[in-house]
Design a protein around this ligand. Structure first.
Ligand SMILES: CSC[C@@H](O)[C@@H](O)C(=O)COP(=O)(O)O
Ligand SMILES: [Zn+2]
Length: 204
């Protein structure tokens, strides 16, 4: 994919996430794989609802900026970790929604979503009659250490879903293309909102 196309997809995704309230302040980061070794990713500290192509830059697979003067997302290594582990990934989305923040601050283990129609957006067959356990990791400002924890988790659970939550921080979701990743993010956020709502008003 060309840089221009990737930047356009990232700008559009940022607007959508902002419209849905998932990237308050300068939260969130977004990337698209450009080829075997290059990733287009948001620069650090930009508002994701007001991105232009100038807010997108290129890093290599190890997270090094192609332009050494440019500062990519603080969490670039988490994007690199996903592309490295799941080579079919074409786009990665990270947002801070109210639902993923509140639920992960309270739940200790993975967040189990079962019986939702929108589970069809996740791997596991075209049925709602399934469950997805979304991993929750402790937040850590040491991003290489956080990525090591993820690698240990993925080693132990090779069938982990294409997403995880960092406690009290936000969610990462990925897919083969930006559309695919966005579909999964929207599905996951909807189910998390339902989960939160049910906890506040338990079904009789
Ligand atoms: C608004 S603070 C949020 C950041 O600490 C971080 O979690 C985040 O999502 C955005 O960081 P960024 O470096 O702009 O990609
Ligand atoms: Zn974040």
């Amino acid at each position: 994919m060309s840089f221009e196309d990737a930047a356009g997809a990232i700008v559009a995704a940022g607007r959508r996430m902002d419209a849905l309230g998932w990237v308050p302040a300068t939260a969130g980061n977004i990337s698209v794989r450009l080829g075997q070794d290059d990733i287009a990713i948001t620069r650090s500290g930009r508002h994701k609802g007001a991105l232009t192509a100038a807010d997108v830059m290129v890093v290599d697979a190890a997270g090094q900026a192609r332009d050494p003067g440019a500062r990519p997302s603080y969490e670039t290594l988490l994007h690199c970790g996903i592309y490295r582990r799941f080579p079919d990934t074409g786009a990665v989305l990270h947002g801070h929604s109210l639902a993923n923040t509140v639920l992960s601050r309270r739940d200790r283990g993975p967040i189990r979503l079962a019986g939702y129609e929108l589970l069809k957006a996740f791997p596991g067959g075209p049925t709602h009659d399934t469950a997805v356990a979304v991993p929750v990791l402790d937040n850590d400002q040491d991003i290489p250490r956080l990525q090591s924890a993820l690698d240990r988790l993925w080693d132990a659970t090779p069938d982990a879903p294409p997403g995880y939550i960092i406690r009290g921080h936000g969610v990462y979701v990925w897919g083969a293309s930006m559309d695919h990743a966005m579909t999964r993010l929207e599905a996951l956020e909807f189910m998390l909102r339902c989960h939160l709502e049910e906890e506040r008003r338990p079904t009789p």
